[in-house]
Design a protein around this ligand. Structure first.
Ligand SMILES: Nc1ncnc2c1ncn2[C@@H]1O[C@H](COP(=O)(O)OP(=O)(O)O)[C@@H](O)[C@H]1O
Ligand SMILES: [Mg+2]
Length: 251
């Protein structure tokens, strides 16, 4: 039965999609069976995975308009359930069940070791559904002064979900993206985030992801970072992060 991991933070540009794809690729590279779900209507992970106008998407599966088999896109390191602009309907709807994704995944879970879910930059129905369906959360953030505010609201939402719909949901950690330990500001903000992580009863991952142009280049040519630039700093860091993550969950 798959371990489900949500990549969540209700801000744009914090490295969610990049992390979701890099984690999925690296796990696949390590011979794990991985399903990557693009739950962001913007479809960044769908694009960078090289999928072009897929006929069926996660939206069709959630609406029971097609079976999972019809919508799966087989990529090199993982299977993809593509995003769909109509996911916005789910995000806006007032009648969406918080267990919609969880119920849908029951039928798919047995086929995978890991399900990684990329979420939109909002704490709406889609991120909520993702958290309800998950075993673990990874929170990517840039080392910026405003990072803590976002973490506070996310923590409230996670606690609500833990208290009601998903008591076993665990925040695996906060992952620092585009981090440089050479600047004092970065180091200071890391300390602040570490203190905040403690309040959230979680940690900052030992591994942080350094900046590298290879990330945007790989996304532009729609290749996995691990193939496009194996020895780039961000790829080396994502390998180490994946190892750390597997140790944490005892795999
Ligand atoms: N380690 C990194 N080094 C350089 N650029 C990065 C790195 N990680 C992400 N980016 C870039 O930052 C932008 C935001 O990343 P993305 O993963 O799309 O964030 P989110 O999904 O949270 O909006 C993208 O343009 C991406 O190419
Ligand atoms: Mg994104």
């Amino acid at each position: 039965m798959a371990i489900t991991i949500s990549i969540v933070l209700q801000k744009g540009g914090t490295g969610k999609s990049t992390t979701a794809q890099a984690l999925a690729s690296t796990l696949g590279f390590k011979h794990k069976k991985v399903l990557l779900i693009d739950l962001d209507p913007q479809g960044n992970v769908t694009y960078s995975s090289g999928a072009n106008d897929p006929e069926h998407t996660i939206f069709d599966i959630l609406g029971e308009d097609c079976g999972a088999d019809e919508a799966l896109i087989h990529c090199k390191y993982y299977d993809l359930l593509a995003a769909d602009t109509r996911l916005t309907n789910i995000e806006m709807s007032e009648s969406v069940k918080p267990i919609l994704l969880k119920t849908t995944l029951e039928f798919i879970k047995n086929n995978y070791d890991f399900i990684i879910v990329d979420t939109p930059p909002a704490l709406g129905n889609l991120s909520f559904n993702s958290l309800v369906a998950s075993d673990y959360v990874v929170i990517p953030t840039e080392p910026r002064p405003f990072a803590l505010q976002g973490l506070g609201r996310l923590n409230d939402t996670i606690q609500t979900i833990q208290n009601a719909l998903n008591p076993s949901l665990k925040v695996l950690g906060i992952l620092l993206i585009k981090y440089s330990n050479r600047t004092v500001l970065n180091r200071d903000i890391k300390t602040m985030i570490e203190e905040y992580a403690e309040q959230m009863q979680t940690v900052v991952f030992n591994t942080s992801i350094r900046k590298g142009i290879a990330v945007a280049e790989a996304q532009t040519v729609r290749e996995p970072l691990i193939d496009y630039a194996k020895s780039s700093k961000p790829n080396i860091d994502y390998q180490a992060f994946t190892t750390e993550l597997l140790q944490k969950i005892g795999e």
